[in-house]
Design a protein around this ligand. Structure first.
Ligand code: ADP
Length: 621
């Protein structure tokens, strides 16, 4: 029952755990979603702010670079040498001097080229007049900076040099005489430095022209690419302007997501198109140059930031969850333990109560039993008294019966010889009267014999009635045996019995009484002689051997033995199977009583051939 409850409990706990785990996963996903959105937004805002500052710095730097040179053509334009050269383009020495002048200016101001064009765009003097492919004689009327200068403004333009193929930024300014524009002086500056200085791992700067073509970039792979796909017409116009000769002008990014007016998220190709990178693009227009300046920041750091925040929050929530689960399980276990404790206490209390009630019941039962026992003891005592009384009565009755039996026996035993004595006496008297003395003597002898027999009966009765015939002392066994043999010898001889005696050790001594022990031996041997009456070969064996520290004395004959049904009765007084006149049935009774007095028990032992009586006496020495 308890196991079943525990199993159910276990199952429900498992179910609770999985339910809580599912809820936790759901909440964790939700929390991580919120964290991702929030951290991405926050990170993006941070990134935007940082990028904006960096972008402004870059624009300031670019402006600084351009401003450094933009007034140089204007200064050159007011130089009369240039005006004169434009007015007299065929004066060789003048042009040569101008060339040298321009070369010096170019060197001093660290520009790439400095040159003078007439109003048709034909270059008449240039700083590179000594180089292999000088600008002199070349017409740049198609260049927008020239066109702008001829309109009277400061012309500015970015392009690849048609002759040098070098990237450069051009400034051009009109050369006037009075209000007439004679031509334009132009300088070309290098922009390589504005790229190299600002190249950094996580951010890149781009400068694109109004058409969206990137011409300055800190990442060389993006040069002459467009930020957005270009219209066919625009493309045609760019080709005609020879601004970026031989460049395919492919688009950098196909997909973009606009966050705000100035911020976009782009997926752009890096590493020769092998890798796509998600970047944040922030742009600002630079009105003085007509450029769009952009800062491109890799979102890797932002992603790392979002991921690490997710990991921290996720780990923290997981730890909190498992702590909560552990706490819950602990509480549950404690509650379970408390419950078991209470149940155990209750069970113990119940068991105690049960025990107490059982003890009470039992005590009550015992009290009842005790009362009953007391009553029974009382009854028993009464019965005992009754019994004693009855026994006394019985003994008395038995005594009377024995007395009756005995007197009948004695009467019978004595009456016969008495009658015989009377007839022998009568006969003797008559034989005496007739003078037949021999016959008279024989009759007298018979009388004497009969009186002897009667005296024997008296002796036996005397022995039976005697309580104790003597004290127990140390006696030599062979002396007792010799005495008994003396008494028995005539009878033994007469009946032809082969008597064997064995005493080991020969001089053994026992505790006993000489006369009584002799009486026992005479009784046992006499019984054996009588039992052997009808036997052809008569044998009696008296044996005395030490057994267990005592001396075992046995009398054994080869007679018929005692039938099983009579064995129980042979020690009873007056039990005899012999003819009247041959036994009173007291021999074994007397012997038994004597042996008991000497501290032993006489026993009849079953024997194959004949009877065997044995008893043991305490050995001395
Ligand atoms: P009694 O000899 O006068 O009969 P006992 O008490 O000596 O009385 O013996 C009782 C009976 O036990 C005998 O009558 C006899 O039947 C039986 N008895 C005793 N000794 C022997 C024996 N050695 N062999 C066979 N029967 C015996």
């Amino acid at each position: 029952m308890y196991t079943l409850v525990r199993m159910k409990d276990k199952l429900s706990r498992k179910r609770t755990f999985w339910l809580s785990f599912t809820v936790f996963i759901f909440l964790l996903s939700f929390a991580l979603g919120v964290v991702t959105t929030w951290s991405y937004k926050y990170g993006l805002a941070e990134l935007e702010a940082r990028s904006k500052t960096r972008l402004e710095l870059y624009i300031n730097y670019l402006q600084g670079v351009l401003e450094k040179y933009q007034s140089l053509p204007e200064l050159l334009a007011i130089d009369n040498t240039l005006v004169h050269a434009l007015l007299n383009p065929h004066e060789k020495t003048r042009i040569e001097t101008l060339n040298k002048y321009l070369e010096t200016i170019n060197k001093v101001s660290d520009t790439l080229d400095t040159y003078l064009m007439n109003k048709d765009g034909l270059t008449i003097a240039a700083s590179n007049w000594q180089e292999r492919r000088p600008f002199i004689g070349r017409n740049f009327s198609y260049r927008p900076y020239f066109k702008q200068a001829m309109k009277g403004d400061l012309g500015r333009y970015f392009a690849l040099g048609v002759t040098s193929s070098k990237r450069g930024y051009y400034f051009a300014y009109p050369v006037r005489r009075a209000d007439e524009i004679l031509g334009a002086v132009a300088i070309k500056i290098s922009i390589d430095t504005v790229e190299q200085k600002w190249a950094q791992e996580e951010e890149n700067f781009l400068v694109s022209d109004p058409d969206g073509v990137i011409f300055i970039t800190t990442y060389p792979g993006w040069r002459y690419k467009t930020l957005e796909p270009l219209d066919e017409k625009v493309l045609q116009r760019i080709i005609e302007s020879k601004r970026y000769p031989d460049e395919p002008l492919v688009t950098l990014s196909e997909s973009s997501k606009t966050i705000s007016d100035s911020v976009q998220i782009l997926d752009i190709q890096v590493d020769n198109g092998n890798e796509m990178q998600r970047i944040v693009k922030q742009s600002q227009y630079m009105p003085q140059a007509g450029w769009n300046v952009h800062i491109l920041t890799d979102t890797k750091a932002l992603k790392r930031y979002v991921l690490s925040l997710n990991i921290i929050v996720g780990a923290a929530l997981t730890v909190v969850y498992f702590l909560a689960v552990l706490l819950y399980q602990r509480q549950h276990r404690l509650a379970e333990l408390r419950r078991i404790e209470q149940e155990t206490k209750k069970a113990l209390h119940e068991a105690n109560e049960q025990l107490e009630s059982r003890v009470n019941d039992r005590t009550q039962e015992l009290t009842q039993t005790n009362t009953l026992l007391k009553k029974e003891i009382l009854d028993r005592k009464k019965t005992e008294i009754k019994l004693k009384r009855t026994r006394k009565e019985l003994i008395h009755a038995a005594k009377l019966a024995v007395l009756g039996q005995m007197s009948a026996g004695i009467n019978h035993e004595l009456n016969q010889p008495l009658a015989a004595i009377r007839s022998y006496a009568d006969n003797g008297k008559q034989f005496l009267q007739k003078g037949r003395l021999d016959n008279a003597r024989w009759n007298l002898e018979q009388i004497a014999e009969l009186t002897e027999r009667m005296a024997q009966i008296g002796v036996q009765l005397k022995l039976f009635s005697k309580k104790s015939s003597g004290q127990i002392v140390t006696i030599a066994l062979h002396g007792v045996i010799d005495g008994a043999m003396e008494i028995l010898n005539p009878t033994l001889k007469k009946s032809g019995v082969d008597m064997k005696i064995s005493v080991t050790p020969k001089d053994v001594e026992v505790r006993g009484n000489h006369v009584l022990l002799q009486q026992v031996l005479v009784n046992l041997i006499s019984n054996a002689i009588q039992a052997l009456e009808l036997q052809d070969h008569k044998e009696i064996y008296l044996q005395c051997v030490p057994v267990d520290g005592k001396i075992s004395i046995s009398v054994q004959d080869n007679g018929p033995g005692i039938p099983d049904k009579l064995v129980q009765e042979i020690f009873e007084p007056f039990f005899t199977t012999k003819k009247s006149g041959q036994g009173l049935g007291l021999g074994l009774t007397i012997s038994d009583r004597i042996v008991r007095e000497l501290g032993g028990i006489i026993r009849y032992v079953e024997f194959d051939q004949g009877a065997r009586f044995e008893f043991a006496l305490e050995r001395v020495g």
